[in-house]
Design a protein around this ligand. Structure first.
Ligand code: NAD
Length: 265
């Protein structure tokens, strides 16, 4: 494992992150790199993903961008094989690649549903499946899947998204039971509204249906939380890193809400 610097909570560890080009995945790549991990960045958006890997490398660790559409098992497998060839192991998987679409139930095109399932659910299942054999062989590992508060509860016009994110929790629970005897933890993080490109786009779309601007909709969502504000991507990344750390070694099968108290309120 040459080139992986000493020092830091994840020193000597290899972390694979899907959806690393922007938002929560990017913040997670930077967080793990800042704590000494070698980081494999898998994303469909090549230019922004290269920028994430460059920024992570600038922190003094190794970070490599892999072009990967998580809808393709072959592309995910090629990236995972390349990671193992390069670093010899995978200690942490963060399955973060995801997308949001929504709209009224009578108007859901089947192609849109199939595509969302392919990214948000099949993509997560495949990455968990691919790293599981490597982690079983190692006898250790941590998987953190990114669900959503929409996986724990639901709103109108979000049946598709909610279903995929509830599915991620199901994958997480079953994988935790199956992989626990091998020393592998599997947990899910359920973020609330987090200030990323995705949420700003969604705010604009939903706001328009309610005669509001995107900013007004976001302010309303912030007001719905106990903390009266939305999350920064770095705040989600911190919880992801905790769940992958040794401090969380007795936590598995959980889906942790990081939503500023939205569901509770
Ligand atoms: N932002 C929020 O409010 C929020 C809330 C709950 C859950 N989430 C979840 O967090 C995750 C990250 O979202 P974000 O808010 O950072 O959004 P984002 O759009 O900034 O990041 C999503 C990333 O996934 C990548 N991606 C999308 N489709 C892909 C594909 N087919 N193959 C590979 N990569 C692909 C994108 O290129 C992007 O880098 C998603 O799973 C999302 O559902 C976000």
């Amino acid at each position: 494992m040459s080139g992986i610097p000493a020092g830091g909570r994840f020193s000597g560890q290899v972390v694979v992150i899907t959806g690393s080009a922007t938002g929560i995945g990017r913040a997670t790549a930077i967080r793990f790199a800042s704590e000494g991990a070698a980081v494999a960045c898998l994303d469909i958006e090549q230019e922004e993903n290269e920028a994430t890997a460059a920024d992570a490398s600038a922190l003094g660790t190794q970070a490599v961008a892999f072009a990967c559409d998580v809808r393709s098992r072959a592309e995910q497998e090629a990236a995972i094989v390349a990671v193992v060839e390069r670093w010899g192991r995978i200690d942490v998987l963060v399955a973060c690649a995801g997308s949001y679409v929504g709209g009224p139930l009578p108007d859901i095109p089947l192609e849109r549903w199939n595509d969302l399932v392919a990214v948000n659910l099949t993509g997560v299942l495949v990455s968990n499946s691919l790293v599981s054999s490597i982690m079983i062989e190692q006898g250790c590992g941590a998987i953190v899947n990114i669900s959503s508060m929409a996986g724990r509860t639901s709103w109108p016009h979000s049946a598709e998204y909610s279903a995929t994110k509830s599915g991620v929790i199901g994958v997480t629970r079953s994988a935790a039971m199956e992989l626990g005897p091998h020393g592998i933890t599997v947990n899910a993080v359920c973020p609330g509204n987090t200030l990323t490109t995705m949420v700003r786009r969604v705010a604009g779309e939903i706001g328009a249906t309610l005669d509001m601007t995107g900013d007004q909709w976001l302010a309303m969502r912030a007001d719905d939380t106990a903390l009266k504000r939305l999350a920064e991507p770095e705040e989600i990344a911190g919880v992801i890193a905790f769940l992958a750390s040794d401090d969380a070694r007795y936590i598995t099968g959980q889906s942790i809400e990081v939503d500023g108290g939205l569901i509770l309120s």
